[in-house]
Design a protein around this ligand. Sequence first.
Ligand code: GLY
Length: 429
Amino acid sequence: MNNGTVLLLGSGGREHALASKLVESSLVERLISAPGNPGMAALGEVRNVNPEDVEGVLSLAAEIEPELIVVGPEAPIAAGVPDVLRDAGYHVFAPSKAAGRLEWDKAFAKDFMNRHNIPTSASRTFSSDEVEAARDYVRNHTLPVVIKANGLAAGKGVVIAESVEDALEGLEEMLSGSAFGEAGHTVVIEEFMEGEEASIFAVSDGSSYVLFAPSQDHKRIGDGDTGPNTGGMGAYAPAPIVDDGVLRQIREKVVEPALQGMRAEGTPYQGCLYCGLMVDSQKNVRVVEFNSRFGDPETQVVLPIWRGDLFQLFRDAASGNITEANNAPSVGSAVCVVMASGGYPGSYKKGEVIEGIENVPEDVTVFHAGTAEIGGDLVTAGGRVLGVTAISGDADLERTIEAAYKGVEKITFHGGVWRRDIGKKGVRV
Ligand code: GLY
């Protein structure tokens, strides 16, 4: 079916950025997002279907007959929605449930990396019936120690404990299920890696791949990387910490062995492989985590500066046909400042009226993350509300940061919070 119809599943800032790039393609005639958000509604149709509702998605697909289905978030991948859609004959851009295990089962990912000599930190896995052994392990571990929920936890299932007391508390909360439910019933306890984090996305058809510009997320709520972890408070690209030597290591020691390993294990990886990396002071790279989808908010900065055809790339990835022609340069720089609801990542109010988006400067795009339209008003509807993103053909990061904050200045909603230091790491390098 070459009808140029795309069904995009998801509703966050990442999906708004995917939607914006997909509609740039001359091959896209019609974009339908499910459930989408008010920003995505300005780019195509939106349908109120939950991406994890397999029957609902199948019935929507039967109605619109998409040439390609793009799955944004991890939850439908972990639920096997792409597999069902592929079995029904659709072209789907997303890994299978088996390949997506690199994200939804952190213990599997660690074992996989060890099997394929992909550099990562030393770790051990414990389940909820090994509480005493886990406590002993933590008591004897060097500090800080990292405790990760094994399953999906919206980017928040990580405790970096500076003291044994904090480590034991984090462990207790995870293994008892009080912090992350089922996702925390197994934990991975690992060595803390020193260095700077970077994210890089590889889109693969199972064998060949295309890399996007490296970026850096800002995971903590507070300036200077302080306070609790969030889904990500901002990002910028390209990240200069990833120089040519680091990039070569990423290709040769991470991406290629991961793709080869997945093929060898009978679960070829077709989709976006998110490589969360630590680059140490000697410029050695280790993997912090793999995710089975694009990053949020990194997508909001990586895609706008990429000069290729995203629809063509996704279609070729979905059909095993990535070639050199899918590669494209990334030009300039982009900075995304996330405006969040007061109280996030804890509890927060919804329904605050958002004003001023129409006043942002021309070089700023506002990606909707947690918004809704109620009674003609645009209101807050999530923790991360907007990704205010300056996009520049200019590589001067300081200027792009300034432009992003000029956009933030124009927007108001009651209780809104944001970091003031997004991108600064890239200027210091
Ligand atoms: N930015 C972190 C993530 O997407 O998991």
